[in-house]
Ligand binder design. Structure first.
Ligand code: SF4
Length: 213
């Protein structure tokens, strides 16, 4: 299985987390750019991604859009440095145990950012569920969340999570529990299929070819 896109996404996420751990609470625009570019360069080389020409523009776009987003919010948000970066947070809500790791949360701006390195251009049920769970878990840990933004680093798009009822997520979790109980898992085709180890088998089965017992 080709994992280069997943490796590229991991390199970007790790570079962002390290960037936030190092950057000062009120940097200049030039410092943002220089610091992030050199960190990303190190992660890209460590994952041997610089040898893959087809990932070159992916890196350039993620780098450019992250720096653009950071420079823009530098003068508009009250707090530059996030309060929480990739920290595991737990909560028990309505009898269900949740564990989540938000990409970045700013207490003073009551905002969560979720970095997306794939080709996302609109929000699907997957993002609704992920975002709503993170919002619920943060709130039940005493954190205010007014904004939840998915930032698509390939395009620079900023997609805001709408307000949803907790019941929306609980209904979907109930469906997952039913899949587990009945051992019946319907296929849901989506972006994640390209990373799935069963992709070939799955496509052949859709055409009625059952080559595996
Ligand atoms: S390719 Fe994998 S993830 Fe996609 S529908 Fe098939 S089994 Fe599910």
């Amino acid at each position: 299985m080709d994992t280069m896109y997943a490796d590229a996404g991991t390199a970007v996420h790790e570079a962002i987390a390290e960037y936030y751990s190092m950057i000062s609470p009120s940097p200049h625009g030039g410092v943002i750019e220089g610091t992030f570019s050199s960190i990303l360069d190190r992660y890209w080389k460590a994952a041997s991604l610089e040898k893959l020409v087809k990932l070159k523009s992916r890196r350039e776009k993620c780098e450019e859009n992250f720096i653009k987003f950071e420079k823009k919010r530098l003068n508009t948000w009250r707090q530059y440095k996030p309060t929480v970066v990739e920290e595991m947070i737990r909560a028990r809500i309505h009898g269900i145990n949740y564990v989540t790791i938000p990409d970045a949360y700013w207490e003073t701006d009551s905002t969560v950012v979720n970095w997306k390195t794939g080709g996302i251009s609109y929000l699907t049920e997957k993002e609704f569920v992920q975002g709503h769970i993170e919002r619920m878990v943060l709130r039940s840990n005493g954190r205010r969340v007014n904004e939840y933004i998915f930032v698509a680093l390939l395009t620079g798009l900023e997609l805001r999570l709408p307000m949803l009822d907790d019941k929306y997520v609980e209904d979907r979790i109930e469906t997952l529990i039913q899949y587990e109980r009945t051992n019946k898992f319907p296929k849901h085709r989506g972006d994640a299929c390209r990373y799935c180890a069963h992709s070939l088998r799955c496509q052949l089965e859709d055409r009625g070819w059952h080559l595996w017992s």
